[in-house]
Design a protein around this ligand. Structure first.
Ligand code: 1CP
Length: 343
């Protein structure tokens, strides 16, 4: 497998001819072909049928000319083999019908064998890698323990994390037990994806920004550190969260070769605070892609200027692409990043 792609070199903070770019949720609802597949199949069917998951993974590579693929799956899939009853309801996103909230229920969560319970993801990865022939790298991914715990406990997405924080503050021992179990799942799952062919991994701690730095340090950081330590080490790891201005240094301490940030912080300032010890990924506001192409190009330039041409910048959105985004605007953004950053 070639290891010379622009994306992988940027992950390792090596010089590249131009800044690589991909988009979180690049294989999703803003693509016409995805929406038409979704009229025929449920979201879980798409995820669990390797041929379909591989087809969706490859759509943005052909259409958008991005520099990396990300396997089509969802952060919540590994919860099913742990014994969780998961459903994706129309419009409302994921729902968990048996959220574990007591010590006994947390103790009852099962460890996973990724090659069994999540064989369909590994099969999709192998199929995508055969298609990409090492020319475009494939990113595997997992939710981070905290973000997974929040869905598990709340039973759905949340704004205020009240049930999650109630468990954290009332029964710290039970919280840490849950985080240990989830960390083991994340490690097993990611390392299996690397064995199947993923050439980089991203850990989505999307909601870590809901925590104070003190709480992050006590309730999350030790678990994230263990996850990054136990990952297959020769594959770059991206550590992503949103709302990270209070957490940047702690995230870096937890691990990852690249830190992913959202648009609520200036990329130049974030990277400076990280001492340029790691790469940086981001950070266009996904809503910027709803604007006019000239404005998109200007915003892309501002972010490239903030990165200052240093090796180790991976251009991305600050969070997932919005379903309303016109495909032409994404193509304009990818072209602008490639053209403006070319050395
Ligand atoms: O077709 C549909 O209706 C399903 C929409 C959808 C899609 C396309 C969901 C439901 N998940 C996905 C795919 C997905 N999810 C990918 C695919 C690869 C890619 O192209 O990037 C990835 C990486 C994810 C990761 C994911 N799922 C995260 C982390 C990233 C983030 O957005 O913060 C989270 C939080 C989820 C949970 C989830 N799955 C789906 C939804 C709508 C949600 C969010 C629910 C909420 O609002 O809390």
């Amino acid at each position: 497998m070639k290891d010379t792609s622009v994306f992988l070199r940027a992950c390792r903070q090596e010089q590249t001819e131009y800044t690589p770019v991909w988009l979180m949720r690049q294989a999703g609802r803003f693509l016409k072909e995805y929406r038409s597949l979704r009229r025929r199949y449920s979201f879980l069917t798409l995820c669990k049928t390797p041929e379909l998951a591989a087809e969706v993974t490859l759509l943005p590579i052909e259409r958008l000319k991005v520099d990396a693929a990300i396997i089509f799956a969802d952060i919540l899939l590994p919860l099913e083999p742990m014994g969780i009853d998961l459903e994706f309801t129309k419009g409302d996103g994921p729902v968990i019908h048996n959220p574990p909230r007591s010590r006994a229920e947390v103790e009852g969560l099962k460890a996973i064998k990724a090659e069994e319970g999540l064989r369909f993801v590994m099969e999709a990865i192998r199929m995508v890698c055969r298609e990409l022939k090492g020319e475009i790298p494939l990113i595997g991914f997992s939710g981070a323990p905290f973000t997974l715990a929040s869905y598990l406990i709340e039973g759905r997405g949340t704004r205020d994390f009240t049930l999650t924080k109630t468990l954290m503050y009332q029964d710290a021992a039970c919280w840490h037990l849950l985080m240990e179990k989830l960390s083991e799942v994340v490690i097993t799952y990611l390392n299996a994806q690397v064995r199947a062919g993923a050439q980089a991994v991203q850990v989505f701690d999307s909601w870590a920004g809901a925590l104070s730095p003190r709480d992050y340090e006590e309730f999350v950081l030790p678990h994230n550190r263990r996850v990054f330590q136990e990952l297959t080490s020769d594959v770059p790891a991206i550590h992503f969260a949103t709302g990270t201005s209070g957490l940047l240094e702690l995230m870096e301490e937890a691990g990852g070769d690249v830190i992913g940030i959202d648009w609520r912080i200036d990329l130049g300032e974030a990277w400076r605070r990280l001492g340029y010890k790691v790469g940086i990924q981001g950070n266009l506001d996904p809503a910027a892609l709803l604007g006019l192409p000239e404005r998109i190009e200007r915003c892309a330039k501002e972010i490239l200027d903030a990165a200052g041409g240093r090796p180790g910048h991976i251009f991305n959105l600050g969070h997932g692409v919005l379903p309303q985004t016109p495909q032409g605007n994404v193509i304009a953004m990818v072209e602008a990043v490639h053209h403006l950053s070319r050395k």
